[in-house]
Design a protein around this ligand. Structure first.
Ligand SMILES: [Zn+2]
Length: 301
């Protein structure tokens, strides 16, 4: 019994001694490492020499490519402001998917029933619809745009706007903007001037989208003149062009196109650049949000 007790005491003392030795070694190891780091930093090398001598740290993974980070509202406001958060939704065809598939228009179609749900979402969440004079007044006079405002835009003047969209807009009491290539009016699948007149009477703003739906990202100054000014004349003649807003076909523009619009009295131009912050210094390259067949909550507004 006494032998066993002594053995336990011996084992305990041995364990303590070993622990102490290990601990002191670790301590000295850390101390040495630290002093060698300190030595490296303080041995009189310039930062450039240290960088040259440094062995590159091994990288386990390829360096990630930088991804463009969207600027925040505050950043945009300081660069291009004053800015306003005005989600500008854009649509092409609104029709039943069966019809869209038969016509090969699936990619440009939001199904009518989903469109109705989207309008219901806007109504349920207290959104209001404005047209472009609100934006011009904000940029030029500082008139505030109510929070919860959106701009609904429809491109190209398709017949399904008249048949499917207009009754829904009327039902919800919503306003909208129609980007119209004036030369296509009355063609098969496009609205007639009479239908456009009914849309305008219901509060739809009709704006210039060129004459033949031509991209303004072109070197031809003649083409820009013909496309913009033919449509300008046709719209002005019908009193549809009071605020002189423009929507670029295919989202295409260049510096010449911007300058042309500006010098011919246009106050705003919309692109297909995604975003919902609209800034005064970007008034000729305004962003929009392309809406697909999904709930509007997916677009973050
Ligand atoms: Zn278009």
């Amino acid at each position: 019994m006494r032998k066993k007790k002594l053995l336990i005491i011996f084992l305990f003392l041995s364990a303590t001694l070993v622990s102490a030795l290990v601990a002191s070694n670790v301590f000295w190891f850390i101390k040495l490492s630290r002093s060698s780091v300190a030595h490296k930093i303080s041995d009189g090398l310039t930062p450039a020499q240290i960088a040259k001598n440094a062995k590159p740290a091994p990288t386990a993974l390829p360096t990630p490519k930088p991804s463009p980070k969207p600027l925040t509202f505050a950043e945009l406001n300081s660069l291009y402001g004053p800015c306003v958060n005005l989600p500008t939704l854009y649509y092409h065809h609104i029709q039943n998917m069966d019809v869209a598939k038969a016509a090969g228009q699936q990619n440009l179609t939001v199904a009518t029933d989903i469109f109705i749900q989207q309008m219901q979402y806007l109504k349920d969440h207290g959104y209001i619809t404005v047209v472009t004079n609100s934006l011009t007044d904000f940029f030029d006079k500082g008139t505030p745009i109510p929070s919860g405002a959106v701009l609904l835009t429809f491109d190209d003047g398709y017949e399904d706007f008249y048949v499917n969209v207009l009754p829904i807009l009327r039902q919800f009491g919503f306003r909208a903007l129609m980007a119209l290539p004036t030369g296509l009016v009355g063609n098969p699948g496009y609205m007639t001037w009479d239908e456009i007149s009914q849309a305008a009477s219901a509060g739809v703003e009709i704006v210039n989208h060129t004459w033949s739906h031509a991209s303004l990202a072109t070197n031809s100054t003649d083409l820009v003149t013909k496309e913009v000014m033919t449509a300008d004349g046709q719209l002005t003649q019908r009193n549809y062009n009071s605020n002189k807003a423009f929507v670029y076909p295919y989202g295409g523009y260049n510096d010449y196109a911007i300058n042309f619009l500006q010098t011919h009295g246009y106050t705003l131009a919309f692109t297909t650049i995604p975003g919902s912050t609209l800034c005064k210094k970007q008034r000729y390259t305004l962003p929009r949000i392309r809406i697909g067949n999904t709930n509007l909550s997916a677009y973050g507004f």
